[in-house]
Design a protein. Structure first.
Length: 186
């Protein structure tokens, strides 16, 4: 991701996150609060900086395309592709796989579907429904599958109305540091 030099990479990502303030996609909280809650849950769970950042950025793909009532069905891949040049695989791959993790969990955990919000249930159909046994096996073989499952569970829990969340300014330093470490300092 490169701009004209007037806006830093981190500024561009923060702008995408701020655009999420205006979107809900059927959830009770806006997508920015949802993303901040998801990142806070990852942090509280002792996740690495990379996974905390993946939790923060997992839904940016929704604002990069023409999202419908339940969001952009392919938002995980769209978001991962957009972030791929600026962040390492440890951030990008769990983002790319978090929708597949939902499809996997619905197929392999008998109680998981009961925990999903209405919006997640409705979007599941648009995303291809539960995995078949073969699809689940292929997902399990992915290098970042376990991280994607962790991200998915934080994602599902990050939909609480009026929950305190970190500010974007608090998260920005992490975003800048991980980006700088990935692309090098010069």
């Amino acid at each position: 991701m490169s701009g004209d030099g007037s806006t830093s990479w981190a500024d561009q990502i923060v702008e995408l996150l701020q655009a999420m303030r205006n979107e809900r996609y059927g959830e009770r909280v806006d997508m920015l609060d949802h993303s901040l809650q998801t990142a806070a849950r990852a942090s509280a769970d002792g996740a690495s900086d990379h996974l905390v950042l993946a939790a923060l950025l997992h839904d940016v793909g929704h604002v990069l395309g023409n999202a419908g009532e339940w969001g952009l069905a392919d938002h995980a891949r769209v978001g991962a592709a957009h972030l791929g040049n600026g962040l390492p695989a440890e951030v990008v791959e769990p983002i790319r796989l978090h929708v597949d993790a939902k499809r996997y969990l619905v197929a392999t955990d008998d109680t998981y579907a009961d925990q999903l919000s209405e919006a997640s249930i409705r979007s599941l159909d648009e995303q291809g429904g539960p995995f078949s046994a073969d699809q689940a096996a292929r997902f399990e073989a992915e290098s970042f599958a376990s991280d994607a499952v962790r991200l998915r569970r934080w994602d599902d829990a990050g939909k609480v109305v009026d929950q305190d969340v970190p500010s974007l300014d608090e998260i920005r330093e992490l975003l800048e540091r991980v980006h700088r470490d990935h692309v090098g300092s010069g």
